[in-house]
Design a protein around this ligand. Sequence first.
Ligand SMILES: Nc1ncnc2c1ncn2[C@@H]1O[C@H](COP(=O)(O)OP(=O)(O)OP(=O)(O)O)[C@@H](O)[C@H]1O
Ligand SMILES: [Mg+2]
Length: 330
Amino acid sequence: MSQYDVLCIGNAIVDIIAQCDEAFLTDNGIIKGAMNLIDAERAELLYSRMGPAIEASGGSAGNTAAGIASFGGSAAYFGKVSRDHLGNIFTHDIHAQGVAFDTKPLDGTPPTARSMIFVTPDGERSMNTYLGACVELGPNDVEADKASGAKVTYFEGYLWDPPLAKEAIRLTASHAHAAGREVSMTLSDSFCVDRYRAEFLDLMRSGTIDIVFANSHEIKSLYETSSFDEALAQIRKDCKIAAVTRSEKGSVIVRGDETVVIKATEIRELVDTTGAGDLYAAGFLYGYTQGRSLKDCGDLGSLAAGLVIQQIGPRPRQNLKREAEQAGLL
Ligand SMILES: Nc1ncnc2c1ncn2[C@@H]1O[C@H](COP(=O)(O)OP(=O)(O)OP(=O)(O)O)[C@@H](O)[C@H]1O
Ligand SMILES: [Mg+2]
């Protein structure tokens, strides 16, 4: 008996979201579409220049955990917050969604991580992340029962930015594999791939990772090629399953010689792309841990991603199980 469908591990972050125009990004040296890492001082500066904002619990893997729970799956989460206001918000929201989250919070500094997310009129999000308490996530935070009790452990490539989290991942993965479970990661961001390319490839080639999620920029960065097809041919050899998202073109799932092409859903209005990749992973992993076909997993991913991009913030307000039932997917 599995205790959980999916254990998600990530940087525990509260998003601070505001709209801006294109000039704001260039004037402030923000790389569009990327996750820009910032220190406390720059966080203060950008916040002082930010327009009216809303706060919402985020963190890539946190969004995925919340999505899996919304589908009716059982999810657990490891991530480090501080015992402060933003930490309380993060903890409340993930618990309220029904995710098991018991990582011990930090007492005192650094404070809970936050990401200032600027959304341009085209719906693209540009993130500016101050990691705060996330730098303290380490192997002591690994709960062995959850690691060996989840059908799939899923973590963010973003965890290579703080110093100790990668040790937590290696330990969790060893518990998971010892229990016959599978391990999955998202490549997170093309600049993140650029920072840790050799380590990510080693995780895949050594068999630490079974299932990889990436968008088209990330796999091209991973294999240092401008050709999507070339990158796809390579990733087939380096992991058991790869699910590669292509924004409005949908996604492609490969498993050995098998290729499954998935359509994106029709959307009425693109509002904020934040969480698209995270919710795609939620739908996919929910389906996967229910034993569904790769086609069904991809369709569930498209459904959840298509909903989150039509609203502000990284977690869909709808109940995903009901949405999937109405769409005839469950
Ligand atoms: N314009 C769009 N129309 C319909 N679906 C979309 C659109 N953009 C994204 N999606 C859906 O979201 C999924 C993930 O999108 P994308 O490839 O942009 O991921 P991403 O770049 O990781 O997103 P994120 O902004 O969360 O990092 C796609 O496979 C698709 O199902
Ligand atoms: Mg992404």
